[in-house]
Design a binder for this molecule. Sequence first.
Ligand SMILES: NC(=O)C1=CN([C@@H]2O[C@H](COP(=O)(O)OP(=O)(O)OC[C@H]3O[C@@H](n4cnc5c(N)ncnc54)[C@H](OP(=O)(O)O)[C@@H]3O)[C@@H](O)[C@H]2O)C=CC1
Ligand SMILES: O=C(CO)COP(=O)(O)O
Length: 335
Amino acid sequence: MSFLNNTKIAVIGGGSWATALIKILCEQQHIQIRWWLRNGNDIEHIRKFHHNPSYLSDVYLSPKKVKVFEKTKEAVKGADFVILAVPAAFVQESLQDLNESHLRGKRVVSAIKGMIPEENILVTDWISEKYKVPLNDIAVIAGPCHAEEVALEKQSYLTISSTDAGCAEDFSKLMTCRFVTAHPLADLYGVEYAAVMKNIIALACGITHGLGNGDNFQAVMVSNAMQEIRHFVTALDPRERQLSTSAYLGDLLVTAYSQFSRNRLFGNMIGRGYSVKAAQLEMKMIAEGYYATKSIFELNKKLHVELPITTAVYRILYQEESPSLVIEELKKVLK
Ligand SMILES: NC(=O)C1=CN([C@@H]2O[C@H](COP(=O)(O)OP(=O)(O)OC[C@H]3O[C@@H](n4cnc5c(N)ncnc54)[C@H](OP(=O)(O)O)[C@@H]3O)[C@@H](O)[C@H]2O)C=CC1
Ligand SMILES: O=C(CO)COP(=O)(O)O
């Protein structure tokens, strides 16, 4: 019997990405999904009607495959894989009831494209430090893939990155289905940092668009952003990597251009004159790039990499500088 049969997967998070990942996993014939989400009303609704009322509410969640739990401890019990799919800012709070023993012997896969805000560290580093999960049992899910398109079964590609080839390959098989192709890759940090940074760039694209700039300038931003990502990631983890592939460039492109991108939308509101608070209140969903901007900016105080786009976004979001003045200055340094 293949390992795909009867694999138990815990999914932590109740938002759009968790719901989309569960839809993908439900394509496997024999799978048991143990789902934790925080909202009691949503739990009740899913048990009764097999749809998440708050996110991707059209997606059917097979009760034969999906069991919903109120407590994370219960959800991770007996799981082979634990997928983390809450925004990074809430991951500590979401896992507060777990200790090392709850994750022992399990593979942990982060679907989060953000960093732990208070500590400015990657989610995978935090998991390995706090819960003593060996790095080889950790992977990340990356690639250009919006939850909304998964719900519509539009063909998508994912990249599963891990320091352990077996872990990446096994999880890629679980994520491959009729409408998703998943490939393994051995660049845990590169993929994870690039996924964090592309959210900042998409936010910057939204700001410039909101200010009235067009596609010509956005193309310049995106191409400069690739240099920014390359320099930053290389400073942290130097090695050969194909940044033009879908895990890196592809994800930057979809987030910078897609109608579904929350980071772009958030930036757009800032460019149109919303305050950060007003934009957050208006958006029900989370723009990771807001938190990531601070983390990358703080982390870079030790690295001193030139990050003109990230710095511009930081000045706008955290130093309340005028978006139009900051973007005019940015225009002078981009090539
Ligand atoms: N959506 C997408 O297409 C993709 C998302 N990702 C990544 O997946 C991760 C999860 O994002 P996503 O599912 O999209 O998020 P959503 O914006 O869809 O949902 C937000 C989630 O955060 C929860 N939440 C909000 N406030 C709090 C809080 N104070 N404490 C605990 N939980 C809270 C919400 O719970 P509640 O509903 O109860 O308020 C909800 O489950 C992010 O890192 C994102 O970058 C990666 C690839 C694609
Ligand atoms: O990572 C994503 C697509 O690959 C989702 O981006 P947004 O959070 O900006 O919607």
